[in-house]
Ligand binder design. Structure first.
Ligand code: COA
Ligand code: AMP
Length: 624
């Protein structure tokens, strides 16, 4: 079937389409309703179905002849080690760690937070949580204590699983002090912490609530999987919204398993036994979906890489991993290749490796800029596929569906709507716009299986953030257009979310943090174009009257606040002190205009501006 027919088949009856896809996973009990609505009118997929995601990702393959196949390869240039797990070994390790969690009182519905570097134990903890029907929330290891505390208070975990350290190129980051500080800051106090002691930096002092990973494993017995409802939550993943309070994206078990399995086939063209590598972090949605769950649900071999595209040890490391493990499908963020290209513009390091196993490269996390796309196409001579999605959806919304039909690539476009998503572009009044006209990118409800059923404990915010702007549609927060062939071009966020090296961050949150400083009267943080990271935040700060502190010292303090509270990866390195900020007459700060000035884009001076002369002051502060 070609893409057009496949998409038409979905559009004709989403329920029939998703009933067919549901037949492809091993339910303990088949769903009674393919699609239903709960008391608030929110859609639910596969009600009445019973399954276990960990069973499908591990035991199922052992029972079906894949026990000795590699399930997971941990490749860690920062510790100079490679470790491999067969499906049988992964199942056993997971069942054993589920025993640890069970000994600590974790059972179905309990939350556990996983705050870990890129080690296989992170994936094992996720799967063990799923095995028990518990709900994991993985917090990216680059987040500082303040962010971890916010997540602890929202998820209220019984147990936190962590490690002694992360390794950033050659710098060891002790996690335990960050975890202890987060628990001190949080109102909710988890009963237990399980700490993986890494030989690179062992934990010096354990408290009464801490358990050593190895010792706890030794004392545990393997635990069997617990059947859960399709609509039961598998995980919560917090993502940046427009304020300092992150959104707890919920993922259910049933829709997630069906959708990810479908995506591996239809989008990534990947079969059981293939080696699949997503170079991301388990703390982000790409890590959840395409390092852990989707490849394992499909019976692939997944690679968990603890390193960087450059400097671990060089810009040839990606090629090395692909060659060594015979990777067939590779997925990463464009920024990673911009970093490689900067160090090795002609791709000379590729000559040292045979990467003929590689069939396709997928890019997401930010728009693939045409120069990076062209560079990769010329270098690799394989399809290079930009595709668009979000933490909220958990799997791609717009892509070239390589398992259905390879369509021509158009530079700057993520290609066409994926089956399951009726993607539309609306104007501010909610009317669908014509080809090549820009508007808000939305998806007609219902969203397909695998997408967020709601926000954790916050149906009101779910409705307000995603459903109320355009009734009957999910609002993505991205703007863009469709061309005459139906190709979707994503042009960037239309809210206060920015994308820094593939990491999603809230400028609103950075503003909230900067205004905590005693000398700051008001401020605006904008995302400015950056050659390597795509965007970087820049803060424009107005000081209170009478501040006498030296300017550079103050700027350093402001930079340190964001690094300390969010994490260094937020990359707020530039603060400009200005006399005033451009505003509308009703007092709204004109961030969008400032962003356009910073990016050398054309802009119209808004008719509602309070004083147009301020724009010249801002231009000069931004060095324009
Ligand atoms: N734990 C602790 N600190 C972290 C961290 C982590 N997991 N990740 C990043 N940091 C810190 C870094 O140590 C660095 O700190 P420093 O400035 O004090 O030295 C800072 O955050 C910035 O890190 P990073 O963005 O990684 O910068 P870099 O210059 O080392 O590398 C790239 C630049 C582009 C190579 C890197 O950002 C990258 O690989 N990006 C791809 C990201 C990605 O895969 N995103 C997932 C979406 S699919
Ligand atoms: P996250 O939730 O962290 O995955 O970030 C999702 C956001 O990243 C989207 O809303 C987009 O703004 C951006 N994004 C992700 N992939 C792409 C892409 N292929 N093209 C353009 N923007 C993208």
């Amino acid at each position: 079937m070609n893409y057009k027919d496949h998409y038409a088949h979905f559009l004709a009856s989403p329920e029939t389409f998703w009933a067919e896809q549901a037949d492809r996973i091993a339910w303990f009990q088949s769903p009674q309703n393919i699609l239903s609505r709960n008391e608030r009118g929110h859609y639910r997929w596969y009600e009445g179905g019973k399954l276990n995601t960990c069973y499908l990702a591990t035991d199922f393959h052992v029972e079906n002849g894949r026990g000795e196949q590699l399930a997971l390869i941990y490749d860690s240039p920062v510790t100079n080690s490679v470790k491999k797990y067969t499906y049988r070994e992964l199942r056993d390790a997971t069942a054993q760690f589920a025993g640890v969690l069970s000994n600590l009182g974790v059972s179905k519905g309990d939350r556990i937070i996983i705050y870990m570097p890129m080690v296989p134990e992170a994936a094992i903890a996720m799967l063990a949580s799923a095995r028990l029907g518990a709900v994991h929330s993985v917090v990216f290891g680059g987040f500082a204590s303040h962010e971890l505390a916010i997540r602890i208070d929202d998820a209220k975990p019984k147990v936190v699983v962590s490690a002694s350290c992360g390794i950033e190129i050659n710098r060891k980051i002790p996690y335990k002090p960050l975890l202890d500080e987060a628990i001190r800051l949080a109102k909710h106090k988890p009963e237990h912490c399980v700490i993986l002691n890494r030989p690179e930096l062992e934990v010096e002092s354990m408290t009464a609530r801490d358990h050593d990973w190895q010792q706890a494993l030794h004392e545990a017995k393997p635990v069997n999987y617990v059947p859960v409802d399709a609509t039961d939550p598998l995980y919560i993943l917090y993502t940046s919204g427009t304020t300092g309070l992150p959104k707890g994206i919920v993922r259910d078990n049933g829709g997630h398993a069906v959708a990810l399995k479908y995506s591996m086939d239809a989008i990534y063209n990947t079969k059981p036994g293939d080696v699949y590598w997503a170079a991301s972090d388990v703390g982000w949605v790409v890590g959840h979906s395409y390092i852990v769950y989707a490849p394992l649900l499909t019976g692939c071999t997944t690679i968990l890489f603890e390193g960087k595209p450059v400097k671990t040890p060089d810009a040839g490391k990606f090629w090395h991993v692909i060659a060594e493990h015979q990777v067939k499908t590779f997925f990463t963020a464009p920024t990673a290749f911009r970093a490689i290209r900067k160090e090795d513009p002609e791709g000379k390091l590729l000559q040292d490796y045979d990467i003929s196993s590689l069939r396709c490269l997928f890019l997401a996390g930010e728009r693939t800029d045409p120069p990076t796309l062209n560079w990769l196409q010329n270098l690799l001579k394989i399809p290079v596929i930009d595709h668009w999605w979000q933490t909220e959806t958990g799997w791609p919304m717009v892509a070239n569906m390589m398992g259905i039909e390879e369509l021509p690539v158009k530079a700057g476009s993520a290609s066409v709507p994926v089956c399951g998503y009726d993607v539309c572009v609306l104007d501010t009044s909610g009317k669908e716009v014509g080809p090549n006209e820009e508007g808000q990118i939305v998806v007609k409800l219902p969203l397909p299986p695998g997408c967020l059923p709601s926000l954790y404990n916050d149906d009101d915010r779910f409705e307000k953030s995603y459903l109320s702007r355009y009734p009957g549609y999910y609002t993505s927060g991205d703007g863009g257009y469709k061309d005459e062939d139906g190709y979707v071009f994503i042009m960037g966020r239309t809210d206060d979310v920015i994308n820094v090296a593939g990491h999603r961050l809230s400028t609103g949150e950075m503003e909230e943090l900067l205004t905590l400083h005693k000398s700051v009267a008001e401020c605006a943080v904008i995302g400015v174009m950056d050659e390597l990271r795509g965007q970087v935040p820049v803060g424009l700060v107005v000081l209170k009257d009478g501040v006498v502190q030296a300017e550079q010292e103050l700027i350093d303090e402001l930079i340190a606040i964001v690094k300390e509270k969010i994490g260094a990866f937020a990359y707020l390195r530039k603060i400009l002190i200005v006399d005033r900020l451009p505003k509308t007459r009703s007092g709204k700060i004109l961030r969008n205009v400032m962003r356009k000035i910073a990016d050398n884009q054309e802009y119209n001076t808004p008719s509602t501006i309070d004083d147009p002369a301020i724009l010249d002051e801002i231009s000069s502060a931004l060095g324009k």
